[in-house]
Design a protein around this ligand. Sequence first.
Ligand code: SF4
Length: 245
Amino acid sequence: MSIQKRAFAVSGDRVFVSEQGEGATAGKPAVFLRLHHCNLDCGWCDTPYTWNRAMREYYEEREKWSIEKTVETIASKWKASVYHGSAEPRLIITGGEPLLQQKGIVELLNCPEFSHWHIEVETNGTIAPLPPLLCRIQWNCSPKLANSGVPLERRLYPDVLRVFTHGNTYFKFVVQNENDIDEIIGDFLPHLAGFPRSRIFISPEGRDTETLDAVIDRTSGRVSKEGFVLGDRLQIRRYGDKRRT
Ligand code: SF4
């Protein structure tokens, strides 16, 4: 394997094995790689230690990992997991915003170790992927709504969203109430022309089961009526609000 000089900034969660909690592959086991840094600052973010410079963890937990170390850690975690040999190998690159480090992702996925792996990247839809990545990856693209507290001009990039409509993409919107669905239809769908609503997940915002249930109660009827897919957060239901899940 040829080793490049590029390095990842990884967060305190580093690499861990769990099940995908949200979206089209919910329930499937995977190795997660959590990268540091984000270009947004959502009020309800559940990984603020990856970007919030006011937090001690932001500085104390981050590390620089070579591509070689990243590959070896991912492979060894998967081999040591109960899923090795039974489930298809799956890597989910998350953050933070992973596409801030997408040149490293290109190098990572060029390593032969990953030639037969399923790869997912979770992104906020503000940075277009490099051409070598667009068709290699399942994109879990989650543009942010006004409920994130981030101004529209920082979170909505129509040209970037259009790029994602040409990849193996599932969109996910985090909602708190029915008004958020109006916002999706009004602000975002015009930039997703021709994209099937059956690939658009509506995920409840919440970090405990009661909140998730309440949001689903408030929004599920409208989600179905509009032809979207009702999402959930299985990691919260199974493990609670814990890191590395
Ligand atoms: S885009 Fe994601 S990682 Fe970044 S602040 Fe928002 S929720 Fe957190």
